[in-house]
Ligand binder design. Structure first.
Ligand SMILES: C[S@@+](CC[C@H](N)C(=O)[O-])C[C@H]1O[C@@H](n2cnc3c(N)ncnc32)[C@H](O)[C@@H]1O
Length: 293
């Protein structure tokens, strides 16, 4: 957790590249919720990517994050007394009274949490018929197959590249993707579980293209995160990936040479002939909504 949050959040490139959540998605949560909107709780709030935009729908909005840096940034940005921020973990929300929250969000952070601890606290703080909404975005996917192959090879596919240097958060992403519905569906404190997983490369081509066009999958709205960028901008973003320092430590002397992982990635990206073109990338995403009984 420490590597990821300090590295990533200190990095301007990543911050500016990071996709933000479309308003339609926040409205989708509200249309699922259909209940009172007195109190929002956003756990793993980071610098308030959800807390601030979502707060306009609620009387009071509370952000919680274990990182002191994140919480002080939120407090510095907040001018309203309808916003509260606390340092803490989703598994121990002692600052929140039981059955007091209407909507609980956890954006791009559940993979850092102990699932049982998180669900226990979610079940405790939500009011009956309160909504739990958590979501993740995973890999950026290009429309171009060759670019996807290059990206996948550098990030996960080739064991001599980034793969061994990801911290546990990366694999826990995939565990959450696999287990989230099961975990919540089997938990008798929650009901009406809805999950939409947009795993693009595992969709048949026509279904994928249709999903990109309609922003829905099997009739359900997607959490749709898309960005236009050049490969040069994309490379600047990759340069902030958390396994790189580990790779450089293990490959001493490679930095700045033609063995340098980023140099090799740039060479491979340039060799596609697409370096100057603008690319559209769309993230793999999943979201899960559930109601507290
Ligand atoms: C990638 S950031 C996501 C921030 C923001 N929610 C967003 O959507 O951009 C992950 C956040 O999870 C926080 N985090 C890590 N472990 C946590 C835990 N056990 N409980 C709550 N938040 C946690 C980190 O401090 C970090 O701010």
């Amino acid at each position: 957790m420490a590597t990821y949050s300090t590295k990533v959040f200190d990095h301007g490139n990543y911050e500016s590249f990071r996709p933000s959540y479309p308003n339609e998605f926040l409205e989708l949560i509200l249309s699922y919720h259909q209940g009172q909107t007195n109190r929002l709780l956003d756990v793993g709030c980071g610098t308030g990517q959800v807390t601030f935009p979502f707060s306009r729908y609620f009387t009071t909005s509370i952000g919680v994050d274990p990182s002191e840096g994140m919480i002080s940034r939120c407090k510095a940005k907040s001018s309203s007394n309808q916003l509260e921020f606390y340092q803490g973990k989703a598994e121990d929300l002692n600052m929140i009274s039981s059955a007091s929250i209407d909507v609980l969000t956890a954006a791009e952070c559940v993979h850092w949490m102990d699932p049982a601890g998180f669900l226990n606290e979610a079940a405790r703080v939500l009011r009956p018929q309160g909504t739990l909404a958590f979501w993740l975005y995973l890999e950026p996917i290009f429309k171009d197959k060759v670019l996807n192959e290059i990206y996948h090879r550098y990030v996960m596919g080739d064991p001599t590249l980034m793969r061994p240097y990801w911290d546990e958060g990366k694999s826990r992403f995939y565990d959450w993707l696999k287990d989230a519905t099961e975990l919540i569906s089997e938990d008798d404190r929650f009901e009406n579980v809805e999950q939409v997983k947009f795993d693009q490369l595992n969709l048949p081509k026509d279904k994928w293209e249709q999903a990109l066009k309609s922003r829905t999958l099997d009739g359900k709205p997607l959490l749709f995160l898309q960005k236009e960028c050049t490969l040069e901008e994309f490379l600047a973003f990759i340069n902030t990936y958390s396994p790189l320092p580990g790779w450089y430590r293990a490959n001493e002397g490679a930095k700045g040479t033609d063995r340098d992982i980023v140099f090799r990635l740039e060479t491979d990206l340039r060799s596609t002939g697409l370096w100057k073109n603008t690319q559209t990338i769309t993230w793999d995403t999943m979201y899960c909504f559930a109601k507290k009984k």
